[in-house]
Design a protein. Sequence first.
Length: 444
Amino acid sequence: MSDLLSLGAAGVSSYSRALQTIGDNIANAQTPGYARRTTVLSEQTSTGSSVLYRDQASANGVLVEGVSRAVDPWLIEDARASSSDASRSGARLSGLSAAESALADGGAGVGASMTAVFNRADELAADPANTTRRGAFLQSVDDVASTFRRTADGLSRAADSVTGGAGATVSRLNTDIAALAKVNDGLHRARAGSTNEASLLDERDRLVDSIATALPVKVAYDPSGAATLTLASGTLLSGTDQATLSLATAADGRLSLSATSSTGSFAVAPVSGALSGHIDAADHIATQRTSLDTLATRFAATINAQHAAGRDAAGNPGVALFTVAAGASDIAAVPLTVADVAAADATTGNGNALSFGNLRGSNGAEAGWAALVAQQSQTVASARAQDSVASTRRDGAATARNNLSGVNLDTEAADLVRYQQAYQASARVLQVARETMQTILSSI
């Protein structure tokens, strides 16, 4: 009779635990990072032997060995790697697109403004004494200077945006690493196979996934499931010993990353992840800013030299039309009067105005600007194609992972019915044992 009672009690306890696990699965069906759990059941047996009898075994019901999670290490690693690549391409594309917007060559762009200077010079050559055309020429000079400054400001804001995004990513990384260190400590204390351990493992995987989107970390696990994160240049986390990441911004907007731990500091040069994309975008924008500064300085020097070769209305040599020190960010038109415009040369009243047309061509500033814009467009188009491919691969890897680890409500419903029936059967065994015991006692 005691065996019958133990069988029923073991069944009620075990299937109650299994029903709780199913309830957790259903409740967390939409929870990000939750891995489906299964109660692991096994047969509980006892054996006995005697010198007069052979070994014998009797059934003692079912035993709960623990809770398992539906995970596949390969699928997890593939999802993390593809997510890291997609985060890099996305962050890079965002920065490059911001640079493309700053370099937009519309009707008010640098290219159109430079063309306007040469067009106003051509119009002036047709009527060099016309004060309206002289004024229009000076206005075009001021417009192109303003356009250069506006474009430089746009690139500066694009660089600031990239820096801000990288800074936010580093801040989140440090928070995630600190949280993962606490999870590691919890895993060292958790009982193997417990629901608490499963919850900690879910949180561990979620944090590692978040970290992997920013940095290409290598992950190793100790027997307790605690994670160790390493990079090519050093260790980010080992047990509860964590490193702190720092972001440095150069004068031209380029970014560099380093980490400091209890053992010292080391440089971090990620090849994938969002931070890699931010760093690449910052490098690209810095290069474009340098190209724009070079173009502005070259354009100003060329126009100034041509204007200086002419004569103004009073017959004096032409003065500089532009001032420029650092580049496109500070180029400015010199305040002049219409009489100061040097349209004439030594022999004719419009010779110098005509000579401005000689500054155009394949080696001119207009061609240089067109090449800069074309190169930017090609870079963005390539980045957009790479991002599309990386995003598709990330989505596919995430789907494969979720198909295994995600909660299927139909499966849970079937298991719910199965375990409910098993629970009811075990309860019936207890009831029969109680009734039988009462009958025996009543007959005494």
